[in-house]
Design a protein around this ligand. Structure first.
Ligand SMILES: [Fe+2]
Ligand SMILES: [Fe+2]
Length: 152
């Protein structure tokens, strides 16, 4: 009985725990030593943070759709700018980098379509997924071109 109750409480409070631990913020640790790109990354976190706030506040479907499309537009803009920069500096791993960007853009668009058609809810999980992806991508992939750019 206690076990069941514990499980039930856990399910109830899981969203709250996630809410607490989700800190959508750019930090100096994520700097790629390029002011333009760093500020684009910050804007990416801002756009995600605004969507997340909307989810937390139970914003209307129209608002959440607008926040999501703002986020996805910004993702595309940033990826285009970053890829143009990588082309300029002759980054050798550009095809692989582009492929990562494309796969993520597809996933975000897929989620937006599911959300718009009522198949998927606006959830903390989605926000988590997007944030994890962005953080890991910057740490692993963007940092690689940062090192490349410095060693040129
Ligand atoms: Fe990137
Ligand atoms: Fe980036």
């Amino acid at each position: 009985m206690l076990k069941v109750l514990y499980k039930y409480l856990n399910v109830l409070f899981l969203p709250l725990q996630k809410l607490k631990i989700m800190n959508i913020e750019w930090t100096e640790k994520l700097s790629v030593n390029n002011q333009t790109i760093d500020s684009e990354h910050k804007s990416l976190f801002d756009a995600l943070g605004m969507y997340y706030k909307g989810v937390q506040n139970g914003a209307s479907k129209e608002s959440l759709q607008a926040l999501l499309s703002n986020l996805s537009d910004y993702v595309v803009t940033h990826f285009n700018n970053e890829e143009r920069y990588l082309l300029e500096i002759g980054y050798s791993d550009l095809p692989k980098h582009k492929e990562e960007h494309r796969a993520f853009t597809d996933k975000v668009k897929e989620f937006i379509n599911s959300y718009n058609s009522g198949k998927a809810p606006a959830s903390y999980e989605v926000t988590h997924f997007i944030m994890d992806w962005i953080v890991n991508h910057i740490k692993r992939e963007d940092m690689r071109y940062a090192r490349y750019a410095q060693g040129r």
